[in-house]
Design a protein around this ligand. Structure first.
Ligand code: C5P
Length: 322
């Protein structure tokens, strides 16, 4: 997450994430699943603009969907894109189910929760440019919620600590606390217990989001916890000792079989990636996004161009750092 001030407005770039490793350890009594997952923020961003309003208690959020699937390699350079300028793409006329009403938006709920927690009545105008596809295993909504918490804390001058923000974040969703950290991390519990990682390795990925998404709850419902769990440390060791060549072979996602039973897109994407020279490939989170690990930026562009020609869905070439 990257925050900058432009006049009265705070601009937050909220990244998507990829799960490079995800093991389901157990089903819990509260209906959640105990996880060990390794998540990496990547250079595909939603942009949240937050303008505090001391004269009114009204909280308004305007959400604008914009596709960003036009061949550019997205990385930290994307941070410079100002919300007002946008990327020139037309508003996305996607399915209505993928456009949560503004008050149902998790970023709105985050700001509402923050105000209640602090007992304040100030208002704010929030603009959200969505580029991260929904129901995709990329946690766009969770990232927006974390961005809103950080912006509200700063813009309203609340002074909450990182720990307090993390507690609120966990109330909003299992993936939200991760996005308060700028780096890759191993996440445990239901996803809210974060162990930041610093392997100092940049990676390049190509993500495909097929036409249809999957519900996180349905995928978790259909999964079976492992009797012999694998550990994220195996992935970290592979990356540290052998770079992305070895890490590509150590990718793992225990939710993939469940998602595959619910959506034909997963097996189709796996077949497509099997035919391409990448270091490894798998589904992200609860799907339906599927990604491949590339050798370098030019390789990612090449892979993305080939996948675009196959008309599988939205294709993003992105960088990330672990
Ligand atoms: O926490 P969040 O609201 O994002 O989770 C959405 C749904 O995904 C939950 O209601 C639950 O069904 C499922 N889930 C789970 N175990 C997790 C995280 C999510 O079963 N660790």
């Amino acid at each position: 997450m990257h925050i900058e001030r432009m006049g009265d407005e705070l601009i937050v770039q909220a990244p998507a994430k990829l799960n490079l490793f995800l093991e389901v350890l157990a089903r819990r009594a509260d209906g959640y699943h105990e996880l060990e997952t390794l998540m990496c923020p990547v250079g595909l961003y939603d942009t949240l603009g937050f303008s505090p309003d001391d004269q009114s208690s009204e909280l308004s959020l305007h959400c604008d969907w914009r596709p960003l699937d036009r061949g550019a390699l997205l990385g930290s350079v994307a941070l410079g894109g100002a919300i007002a300028g946008g990327d020139g793409a037309a508003a996305w006329e996607g399915p209505a189910t993928e456009r949560p009403a503004d008050r149902d938006n998790l970023a709105f709920k985050a700001l509402d929760l923050l105000r209640k927690h602090c007992g304040i009545g100030q208002g704010a105008r929030v603009r959200l440019i969505k580029r991260i596809p929904a129901a995709a295993g990329l946690a766009g909504g969770s990232s927006d919620a974390a961005a809103a918490l950080a912006a509200g804390n700063l813009g309203w001058g609340l002074g909450l600590s990182h720990r307090e923000l993390s507690t609120l974040a966990a109330e909003l969703g299992s993936d939200v606390p991760f996005f308060l950290h700028p780096k890759g991390a191993i996440c445990r519990g239901r996803g809210e217990r974060i162990e930041p990682l610093d392997c100092g390795r940049s990676g390049w990925f190509v993500i495909v989001r097929p036409a249809t998404g999957l519900s996180t709850a349905e995928v978790f419902n259909a999964c079976r916890p492992s009797g012999q769990p694998r550990r994220a440390a195996e992935f970290v060791d592979a990356l540290r000792s052998g770079g992305w060549e070895r890490a590509g072979r150590a990718l793992f996602n225990a939710l993939e079989p469940a998602a595959e039973r619910l959506s034909p897109e997963i097996a189709r994407l796996r077949r497509e990636f099997d035919r391409i020279d990448v270091l490894g490939h798998q589904m992200s989170g609860s799907g339906t996004s599927y990604f491949g690990v590339c050798r370098h930026a030019a390789h990612a562009r090449q892979v993305a161009a080939r996948l675009r020609s196959r008309r599988l869905g939205q294709v993003f070439a992105v960088s990330g750092c672990l």
